[in-house]
Design a protein around this ligand. Structure first.
Ligand code: FUB
Length: 359
């Protein structure tokens, strides 16, 4: 595996910033399935995953996990994702050179956090940049923290405590046209959402989607943010995802049920909730008429990539819509991922064209 990783890294290192460049097909590394990758990694000097892309002052910034090669064996709860800091990527436009910025926040700076700095997101309001991040506290419980900076790339100064009432992983902050911001969050299995199903933390909560396949699946959570962007203005609520007949998606419907990585964007006045189905490896979406939902399942955005996780963001820049995602092209290992980007297109009826990550 190490050899494979070194060979792939060597073959891609010259292409660090040439995402989606029309490279000569024959010179491109092939995926393990023998096909060509649709896009190339945005950067190869560090491993990156879970990209949350935003446009600030016309420039694209990507807030991602910074994957490292830790010692913990792989398990179903993601113990092998041992990230310790965040580094922001930025670029003038998709296809332009990508800057890897210095460490924006390290776990050692966060008084309440101990380990596993997982998928972050960011927001800008009233002259301040906010970085939202999940991490495990000293009891091994995931909470969501907030840190601030006057620069989109940090360094960020963390609050001493996690956001009160926050739990689980994968914060995604969406600001609506009226300026109101909402945080979507949650993830099952290693993301611990199932441990909060009763309202209080149950350390022995298990994979309820597997144990109760005929019951409605666990929902992502939403909470409106306070004007100061550091606390919830309301108790987190369930975000209901239903099928085309209005019935809740069931826990056993693993091709469609919520697993982790919620993202919200608005297109032509409609709210698009997208998320990962985790163990079935799809990125899917559901639409609604309110940021709170309910959301009606519509279909797939991205077919499975190489690697286990699928985590994404969708952003508009220079008149086009972009899907940021990740796979394991550079390493061939689940824990060492690399961020990519490709164009996302809508059909005239507002549905999203499904993307194949290979060509
Ligand atoms: O990167 C660690 C975790 O894996 C993320 O928080 C999840 O969304 C999944 O990508």
């Amino acid at each position: 595996m190490q050899l494979f990783r070194a060979a792939v890294l060597a073959s891609t290192i010259l292409c660090a910033a040439c995402t989606n460049a029309p490279a000569e097909k024959d010179a491109e590394p092939l995926a393990q399935n023998g096909r060509h990758y649709l896009s190339q990694p945005l950067v190869s000097e560090i491993y990156t995953a879970d990209p949350s892309a935003h446009v600030f002052n016309g420039r694209l910034y990507v807030y991602n996990s910074h994957d490292i090669d830790g010692p913990t064996p792989e398990d179903d709860l993601g113990a092998h994702f041992e990230m310790r800091d965040y580094r922001v990527l930025s670029m003038d436009r998709v296809g332009a050179p990508v800057t890897v910025h210095p460490v924006a926040l390290d776990v050692a700076q966060v008084p309440w956090a101990e380990r596993q700095m997982w998928a972050p997101d960011a927001a800008f309001k009233n002259g301040t940049y906010y970085l939202y991040f999940p991490a495990k506290d000293r009891q091994g419980v995931f909470r969501i923290g907030v840190a601030t900076s006057n620069s989109p790339t940090g360094p960020f100064t963390p609050d001493p405590q996690p956001i009160p009432g926050s739990y689980s992983i994968d914060p995604a902050v969406f600001t609506d046209d009226d300026g109101t911001s909402y945080m979507y969050f949650g993830g099952i299995w290693g993301g611990q959402l199932q441990r909060w199903a009763t309202g209080t933390y149950q350390p022995n909560g298990s994979k309820t989607d597997l144990e109760q396949p005929d019951r409605p699946a666990l929902s992502p959570k939403i909470a409106r943010m306070d004007a100061g962007m550091k606390t919830f203005a309301e108790a987190p609520r369930d975000v209901q995802i239903v099928d085309q007949t209005g019935k809740p998606i069931l826990g056993g419907d693993t091709d469609r049920r919520f697993f982790e990585a919620a993202w919200m964007h608005k297109y032509n006045g409609k709210y698009y909730l997208s998320y990962s189905t985790g163990d079935t490896h799809y990125l899917v979406y559901a639409t609604g008429t309110s940021p709170y939902g309910p959301f009606t399942y519509q279909g797939r955005i991205l077919e499975p990539v190489e690697g286990w996780t699928t985590h994404h963001s969708i952003v508009e820049h220079n008149g086009k819509w972009w899907l940021f995602y990740a796979d394991t092209q550079l390493s061939g290992e689940t824990r060492l991922r690399n961020v990519k980007v490709t164009e996302l297109t809508y059909n005239p009826d507002g549905t999203i064209r499904t993307i194949d990550p290979f060509r």
